[in-house]
Design a protein. Structure first.
Ligand SMILES: Nc1ncnc2c1ncn2[C@@H]1O[C@H](COP(=O)(O)OP(=O)(O)OP(=O)(O)O)[C@@H](O)[C@H]1O
Length: 249
């Protein structure tokens, strides 16, 4: 699958209705029609039954068991979950999305506001960094998280820093100093700010392994800032991310 064209489709002004997200995503060709679903694993009476998580890798029809608790999470992160954030158990979206992200699959996930989506992608991304190791990662930017507003980017950065407290991975957002931004491993920001930083060569995405689009339905409303036909656009510049991991929330 050509992920650059997925991104172009996403940014071409198609609007998603959250309720029929899967249907829209299938009709747009963003996810394959026979992509495995996980919704069936969610009990009918579960208040979060509106969640939808799918692995976009059509050739892979393995099912990923739900994460039942935080016991299998990296010990240091687990400690921060308990001591810093005071999260005792994963939410449904975390249960469903973490195993798929751990397996390095591209995925599309939706869940209600306040259902814990930030942790659903931040926990496995930090785990991945710890697994690869500081020596191999050095100071390269590993993941970018795009969100529709600056406030949201700061909030996501804050959750990331809480999860990684006392650990080496550096999580920054575009409200932080240039020095912090340029040496971080996970950067959260709005598309506009990231495009400006790419234009002024303040940011290098050449080693970036993963792109997370948070609130991607809202991101579609800012398509004018993401014109894929403009050679300076973000979409044009992320061509280098073509074969990397994509996670849409
Ligand atoms: N596993 C968990 N246990 C307890 N609280 C959690 C857990 N995961 C997230 N939370 C808390 O739930 C709240 C909502 O989380 P978060 O902002 O990630 O949700 P969201 O789905 O991204 O919401 P939004 O759509 O508004 O961005 C936060 O206060 C967060 O600290």
């Amino acid at each position: 699958m050509d992920y650059d064209s997925i991104f172009k489709k996403l940014t071409r002004g198609a609007k998603f209705d959250r309720k029929k997200y899967r249907e829209d995503a299938e009709n747009l060709g963003i996810i394959p029609k026979k992509a495995p679903k996980l919704e069936e694993n969610i009990k009918e009476d579960d208040p979060k039954k509106g969640i939808f998580v799918t692995n976009m890798n059509a050739e892979d029809d393995s099912t990923y068991p739900l994460l039942s608790d935080f016991n299998g999470v990296n010990k240091a992160i687990k400690n921060n979950l308990k001591e810093v954030l005071r999260w005792e158990n994963p939410t449904r979206i975390q249960m469903a999305a973490i195993p798929i992200l751990r397996a390095g699959k591209n995925c599309v996930c939706t869940a209600a506001t306040g259902s814990g989506k930030t942790g659903a992608f931040m926990i496995p991304v930090i785990e991945k960094l710890l697994k690869i190791g500081r020596k191999n990662i050095k100071d390269t930017l590993f993941t970018i998280v795009l969100s529709p507003s600056r406030e949201l980017a700061e909030q996501i950065g804050g959750v990331g820093r809480a999860l990684a407290r006392g650990l080496w991975p550096k999580i920054s957002d575009t409200s932080q100093s240039d020095r912090n931004i340029q040496s971080c491993h996970i950067l959260c920001g709005t598309p506009n700010r990231i495009i400006n930083m790419l234009d002024s060569k303040e940011l290098d995405l050449s080693k970036c392994q993963m792109i997370v689009l948070d609130e991607c339905d809202k991101m579609l409303e800012i398509t004018n800032k993401l014109n894929p036909d403009d050679p300076k656009s973000f979409s044009a510049q992320v061509n280098i991310l073509r074969s990397q991991e994509w996670v849409l929330f």
